[in-house]
Design a protein around this ligand. Sequence first.
Ligand code: AMP
Length: 525
Amino acid sequence: MTTTTGDARSIGLGAQGLPIERLADILRQRVAATPTKVALRENSGDTSFAELDARSSQFAQALLAAGVKAGDRVAMVCANDRYFVEFMFGATKMGAIPAPINLRLVPAELRGVLSVCEPTLLYVGAGCEALMPAPGDIPGLQTLLDTAGYEKLIAGHSTDDPGYQAGASECQLIQFSSGTTGQPKGIMLSGRNFSAALTGVADRVDIDENAIAMAPVPFFHITGLVLALTAINKGSILLLKMPAGPADLIRLLVEEGVTHAVGVPTLIQMISQSPAAKDADWSKLKYFVYGGAPMPRPAITAATEVLECGLIQGYGMTETTAGVTTLWPEDHLPQPGRDRVVGSVGRPMDGVEIRIVDPATGRVVQTDERGEVQIRGPWVTQGYFNRPEETAAALVGDGWLRTGDGGSLDADGYLYLHDRIKDMIVSGGENVYPAEIESVLSAHPDIAEVGVIGIPSHKWGESPHAVVVPKPGSHPTEVDIIAWSRENMAHFKCPVSVSFVGALPRNPSGKILKRALREGVAELP
Ligand code: AMP
């Protein structure tokens, strides 16, 4: 079955009512409309749209002066602060491609990501200093900047926008995911992709110049980034104060008068379980958009009871520039005869096509039948940077994106997700790819073989668990393997538990049977 809803109105409009064809259009139109309004709010103070525009243009001019050319990649490891926003707009104003990188990686992982996008410049922001590579360490990297270096680089440059006009399908930004092979992949997103992502939810949630938007999730992930772009496009204040924990998040949401928030399910669960949430005044909060991982039904019910705002679930991937289906607030409420809809991820947004395909035969299946979810529309990436084979494997027959998610569509066009076809684990909103963990753990001196699966976690949704075959004569311990993992991988990827077996279950072609591993682990005491 294939489903698509409504017409194909999927071109976002900017503050001047003109179509958005490229990332810089968002800021260019906004600054023309409301230059003096507050764009960004941080602990250190507010930044207006005019200031954001001027400083991002200075960065663009500095890049040109440094010999950076259109199409060159410029990478950043940076928190959700004004430097992130300036860097992104500045780079695209002169045609460079910004590549934001996860700040929780360890140095070896960062090197892997940099070798994929081959940037000419890397900015390492405040709080990420430990990731600063030594000069000459990364081939091709000509400029290394910390915050002081960035300030020095842009100082004295003109505040004129160089005015680069990227084509609508030109790559405008690269986001990273590790993918099933365990190798980092750079997902290329175009102006057309971002334009589509600024329609749909953004047009239906009263987000405007009076709104205060907050994404307590990183901008180096697509959900956070799209919220930031939406806020700037609509002239809202983008709150860049990062909470220290759930209670602090509740305080910020309430005290700062946040009207629109975006987060992953674990975050909403933490909020609704916190005693502070029950007495909080939620009257300002209009919408909380969540997605990126399954949200258990009891958690949805608890959230609807605690948070007195519209809950919207989105389903999508980085490859689809964030959400392409939406479960609207009314779908969260109990409705006679339509109760099962709460268990879905909603219906496709206008202009998105979804079909369910039998992965074995490639046949499009019938209503309610299960298969692989495939997505088509202007949201979908044109592929992975410098990875033609992986692009060809992901984008099949006429622009359909293989998601690796198992799902079914009902007669009303609601999408239900079932088992993942890919082995991915989602832990606290971060995607974790077993293949990547397995390849790191295989280098442990006492490990002969290892298989990694996700196990349920009350706090994080899922957590990685490693099933290890020790090398003959060696006796590694769980503590030892976890400690070793922490030295070699970002913490969110490290197994939380380890079990030991004599051999891994494999199919005749040698592939680890993950289902058998899961069943084995479920039986452990
Ligand atoms: P990412 O590329 O990091 O955005 O991850 C995309 C993947 O997250 C999807 O392919 C799904 O497996 C999962 N995902 C995203 N949204 C949802 C959702 N609403 N419910 C369940 N899983 C989701």
